[in-house]
Ligand binder design. Sequence first.
Ligand code: BGC
Length: 753
Amino acid sequence: MINKVIKIAVSIALPLCFMGCASSNDTKKENEVIEKRVETLLRKMTLEEKLGQMNQITSYANIEDLSNLIKKGEVGSILNETDPVRINALQRVAMEESRLGIPIIMARDVIHGFKTIFPIPLGQAASFNPDLVEEGARIAAIEASSVGIRWTFAPMIDIGRDPRWGRIAEGFGEDTYLTTVMGVASIKGYQGDSLNSPTSIAACAKHFVGYGAAEGGRDYNSTSIPERLLRNVFLPPFEAAAKAGSATFMTSFNDNDGVPSTGNAFILKDVLRKEWKYEGFVVSDWASVSEMIAHGFASDETEAALKAINAGVDMEMVSGTFFREAPQLIKTGQIKEETIDNAVRYILRIKFMLGLFDNPYVDEKAPSTFYAPSHLVAAKQAAIESVILLKNEKNTLPISADVKTVAVVGPMANAAYEQMGTWVFDGEKEQTQTPLKAIRELAGNNIQVIYAPGLTHSRDNNAATIAQAANAATKADVIVAFVGEESILSGEAHCLANLDLQGGQSQLISALSKTGKPMVTVVMAGRPLTIEREIEQSDAVLYSFHPGTMGGAALADLLWGKAVPSGKTPMTFPKAVGQIPVYYSHNNTGRPAQRSEVLLNEIPIEAGQTSLGCTSFYLDAGFDPLYPFGYGLSYTTFQYGNVKLSAKELKETDTLVAEFDLANTGKYTGTEIAQLYVQDKSASVTRPVKELKRFMRIELKPGEKKTVCFELPISELTFWNIDMKQVVEPGDFNLWIATDSQSGTPVTFKVID
Ligand code: BGC
C-alpha cells in the first residue's frame, strides 16, 4: 500500500486583479498610460458621444443603418454579430468614419462554448474541477475571439436552489463556495493572462444579484432576500468575481424586496463600487432599464433612465433610454454630468485594456480554430468528469466484455441538437457526437447494437413505439436507455412546475424494466429531475447534465469502463417538487427532523394530534432529498478515516490543517471528490447546518491509500452577524470530511479570541 501525505490548499483568497494582476512596474505603467488615454479622449467627447458609449444595440441585417449610427458615435457596443467580415466592416466605420475613432466592443452569449460546446455550466460544476472550467472558458474565448467577439455575458454565478428555474442549467448550482471557485476559474479562462491578448474576451459576472432566488422558480420573478442572506449566500461569488478582475458585471432582472437590480444603488454603488472598489463597467440586462416601467418602479422611459444611471448602470443593453432621455435629465440637473463621465471612463478603460484601440480588427483569413482536436479532447474530458453515477446495482456498470448485444433506447440516444443544452447560438448539431454514434463506433463488429428509440423526442407520448422498443430490447444482453429533456426545456424563461420525465419517457422506462434485462438509464437534462421511480426501476443510473458536443463519446467510455465516473451532484436532487427549495446548507430550525417520523402511509386512523412527531418534515416526502448535494458514486469504492485536526483551539489568524486518510477499496482506479464541511454550532444569528469550505479531486489506484490534508484559514469562517458585520465569532465548530454533504462523522474545534 502506498501511504503519502499530500498537502493541498485550495484557497479562494482573493487577489485584487482588476488593473492587471501583477503589481509589476510594467503593469503600473500600462495602467497609467490607459488612464491618461481615457482622460484625453473623454475631454474631447460631446455629451451625445458619451451617451453613445453607454448604448449597446443588437446587430441587425442592414449594415448601412448600423454604420450610420456608428458614424454618429451613437453606439458603444453591439451584441450578437458573429460574422468576422461584418464585424471588421463595422469596426472600420467606428475607427475611420466616426469623429473620435472609438472601437465597438462586440458581445455575445458565449456560455458553455462557442462552436465546441462543453457541458452546461451545471454539468461542469458536477466535476468539482475548476481547471476544467477554466480550460473550457479559454477554449470558448479562443473560438469566439477568432470572429471578433471580445465580450461574453458569462459566467452566470447566481446561486440557484430551485430546479424548476430553467436557468439553473446556466449556473454552478446551489452552493456559494463551489460557485465562487468555478466563477473565478471561468473568468480566468475567458480573460486569459491579460485582456490585451487577441484571444482574451471580457467576462461578465451576472446577474447582479439574487436572480436565482426567483419566487417559485419562475424566471424573472421577484425575490425576497434579506441583506444578511444576500451577503452570506448570494454576494460572495460576485465579490470574488470583482476581485478576480471580471471586466464587467450585469444587473439582474429581478426586483429584490421591491427594488429592481437595474435601479438598485445599494448593490451597484454601496456594495460594488464602495465596498469592493470595482473598476470595470456595469451593463444592464436585455431591456432591464425600460422594464422597470413594467415592474412599476418607473412611470416612463425618462424615469427608468434616471433611476438606472443614478443607481450606477454604465451601459444599457438594447432599450436605448439612456441615449434618448439622459440629455434632458442632465439639463434639469437630475443626472450630473460627472455621473456620465464616470460611466464612460469605466467603459473606455475596458476597451483600452482589451487593446481594441490599437488592434480593432480580426484576421478574417486566419485558419479556423473551431473544433480543434485539442478543443474536442477537452470537451470530452469535461463531459466525462461532469457525469454523476447515481446508482449501480449488481455491478451493472461498467458493461462487461461478455455483453454481445446492447439495446440503445430512448429519445436522447441520438439527439444531436438536444444534448448540446441551453445557449447554443453557435453550436452545430452536425458536429455533435451522440451516444448512439459513439456506441456504434466503440462496438465495432464485436457487439451488436439494437437501436430502438421508442420515442422521437422527450415530449413524445407514442405508446405503440414504446412497446416496439421494449420488444426489441428483449433481444439484448443489456439495455441502455437515454432519457431526459430537450434543450429548449431548460434555460432562460424555460421553467417547469413539474419535474417528472416528460412525455412517455416514464412509461418507456417501465416497459423496459419489465423485460427483466439489466438496464442502465442515462439521463441527459438541464436540471435535476424527480426520477425516484425510474431510478428504482433501473439497475444503474448515470446523470449527465446536457453534455455538449462530445457527450456521446464521453458516455460510451463511461458505460464500457474506459473512464470511471467521478462527478458529484452540484445541487440537491428533490424527490418531489413540493420539497423545493431543498438544499443542504439550510438552517436547523428549532425542531429538526429526526428521520424517525411517521410518514403518510403509516399513520394510524384517527391518530392523535401530536402523535407523528412535531418536527420539520413532510408527511408524504419525509425530510431527505432524493440525493444530497455532493453525492456521486464510482465504479470503485472509497473509504475515509482518521480525520485529525492540527489544533483543537484556534484564533482567527490561524490556519486549520485537517488531515484524513482516503483508501480505494475497490477494483478500479478512480477519482474521489473529498469535501470538507463546517458548522458554526452557535452564533449571534443561526448558521447553516453545514457549509462547504474545501473540496479536492483525489485519484487512487485499487488498494492505494493516501493521507491528505486540507488547509482552512479560520478567517474564512466569517459571516454577517447580528450587527451586520462580517466577523468570525468565537465558539464551537463541527467539521466533516466526507464523500457528500450527508455523510461522515464530525470532529470538533473551537475558535477562541
Ligand atoms: C439574459 C442575459 C443575456 C442577455 C443577452 C438576457 O435575456 O438574461 O443573461 O446575457 O439576454 O443575450
